[in-house]
Ligand binder design. Sequence first.
Ligand code: GCB
Length: 622
Amino acid sequence: PATSGLLFPQDSETREVRSLDGIWQMVKGSSSGLTNKDNQENLFEKGLSQSGRHLIPMAVPASYNDITVSRSLRDHVGPVWYERSFFVPSSWDRRLRTWLRFGSVHYRAEVWINGQHVVRHSFGGLPFEAEVGGVVNFGAENRLTVMCDNRLDNLTVPQGELHEDGGDTSKRTRQEYGFDFFNYAGIHRSVLLYSTPLVFISDVSVSTEYTSRKVGIIKYRLWMAGKSTTKWRRNYYFRVQLRDQQGEVVAQQVIRHPFKGRLRVHHARAWWPYLMDLEPGYLYRLKVELFEGDSEIEETSDDDRLDVYRMSVGIRSLKWDNSSLLLNGKPLYLRGFGRHEDSEIRGRGHDNPLMLRDFNLLRWIGANAYRTSHYPYSEESMQFADEQGIMVIDECSAVDLEGFHPGLLQNHMSAIEQLIHRDRNHPSVIAWSLANEPSCTLKSAEYFKSLVKYTRNLDHGRPLTAALATPTADADKCELSGLLDILGFNRYNGWYLTSGSLDRITGPVETEATMWRNLTKKLVIMMEYGADSIDSYRSLPSLMGSPDFQRQLYSQHFQAFDKLRENSWFIGEFVWNFADFQTAQSYTRLGGNRKGIFTRNRQPKEVAYVLRRRYFGLAHKL
Ligand code: GCB
């Protein structure tokens, strides 16, 4: 089936969206053996209710792991099967195209409608869709089946290891992985059915500039689809209209093939981050219309209009060199967080109340940035970051990378391509993060060179970064650091290193940042630091794990950052982590990772007040 540009589905004069979220039926697939026994049973042909298997009511979107009380479902390794029925309006037949779109299924998905295969996809955190008009029954009931497989191996992004345990009768697959968060699985984001016209707007890309004279420039490119020859494009044209928040049209254009143009906005309102402007996150509204015919702008009439799509556009310029990162000409200092999409019961499932709470907390604490550690976050949250003026370092799902097999490089590139394609229009995205803590000293040179070259071809407008945890002794052997624009380093002084020593933090942080600077001459950011804490654990003097210790460890880091900030190349500090989060079970992770500034339930720990004072203080110094 045809796939298109993955514009976020929306209602418009010409489009309709129907949500398929809700309670679906689920069947746990087999977890024995690496071959897929369920496929042979053709669960998608008969339908789950006919399979004789145990049906589990399952919420969509959500991770399936923490919804029931079953240990075997929580720790399941292998496929699960989801199913629901749905209707497609008969009015969508013939006159429209029907699309089915998933915001994210982790990790591998196969989709059938009425027993016919329609699409497959790998990588959690990224959307995929298929045109399904050819397989659905219009004005009648349809059956949608989704197989979701959480297994990770040495070629998936992220990687994992699969082991076979037990004898012939009790074979079970065991999943191991090195990354420090639970491998939640399921249909994690919304499932949408939507219609477009037969000839339709298939993709839009924008990039912006903001000049010192307050002129905004929006360069755009538009794509249409729905006809099979290339000549026909000349019979179509687009109208683009930019409106400000009062609804006034501030720029417009009619554009013919090739569909590229630029809008100029005089006295533009720039997109500014939180606490750099009274009204952060100013967004214009871009309306894109596709017409048939060859009229001039005065003559365009809604009767000839085929399709309408709207999106928000923030006008800003982003520039960098080896001494600073500039937004609209002003140097940035990032006051940020590493985060997770993680909460009780829902796991990694998208949840609007949780997302809003998280943004309210980011603003309460005075942060201006976060990194989407360690995978792409929801499209809803990317849009919300635009609106709230929170800057995003957008990370692909390559966490704890090793092995550097050519097949892994292919998958890594594909994950980056899909991420950039999805997120390139967001003003909030200020950098791409290629990986978290990759091993980068062993035979990785060619791998990283190819990856960086490939990424730069996809987007010239944003700097590249990664979060490195290379031991300082091996820093000069790191094959990735020299290829980046921003060197991010993760280091747990006082925690994993020199555990418990509060007096061995400030010096090492300064020394390491300076070492990376001297070695690479690049911008430097501390991407992770922190300590676990449990509210009920009190001790005097403060010991590791107590809220007091966490607070003091932070204060020690702040002293280092204040010295480093005297250099323009030191551009930010990112706390690990925004909130406590779930991990694989281990005796080092009781109740998960407790390095949150907030509890898993999004209430402040003591350290939150200390960080709040710092982040607001930094904002006022700018
Ligand atoms: C790291 C990882 C992060 C972990 C963190 C920790 O370096 O990047 O995923 O959660 O350390 O707490 O150990």
